[in-house]
Design a protein around this ligand. Sequence first.
Ligand code: ATP
Ligand code: MG
Length: 205
Amino acid sequence: MRSCSKKIGIMGGTFNPIHYGHLMIAEDARCFCNLDEVIFIPSGNSYMKEADDILSGELRFHMVKLAISSNEYFICSDIEIKRTGNSYTYETLEELRKHYPEAELYFILGADNLFTIEKWKCSERIFKECSLIAASRGEVDFDSLKKQADSLKKNYQANVILLPERKMDISSTEIRECILNNQSVRYMMPEEVYDYIFERKLYSN
Ligand code: ATP
Ligand code: MG
């Protein structure tokens, strides 16, 4: 029987700053899984990362808005940046669930995170609330990614969907380092985001 419930992708991240790697996996996930929309959710203060090299939630949120404005299927939520303290993915998903009780939720993530998600706070509640859509990234080969997906399915009954392999070798860390070292980051992100970063001299100390 065909389900008529809305299919919603959730693209969480620090987005410090947003770049084409994020946009590409969100669009690949949307097309591959026929998602009705993708919600970008910039993190609040992450407990996983050093807080001092992370720009304020407002600035990261603004850059996400600039980056997604031309895609009618993409929206952005400030649900995590409005929260004070750590933001946990399971809490965000459970909050979204209240707004979309009937929807099928899909959490979109890169390969690096598919290998750490078991350690995230209350990860079993993430697996219960949504399916995962994982994209290849970096050094991880597709076989290892598949093995990890199978292990999450076996150990937690997680529903994991792997996107067809495509790699875009961009990270926010590299972008921040390049800016600090006066190296070009043009074409790693939409022009609107690039202009915003340089007009405001973000990441250059
Ligand atoms: P940082 O280097 O600061 O960690 P990042 O580039 O990893 O930044 P995040 O905001 O940490 O960006 O990532 C958000 C999500 O997007 C994560 O699930 C991450 O795995 C995924 N992601 C980011 N860049 C890519 C990429 N180039 N290819 C595939 N997935 C990516
Ligand atoms: Mg990252």
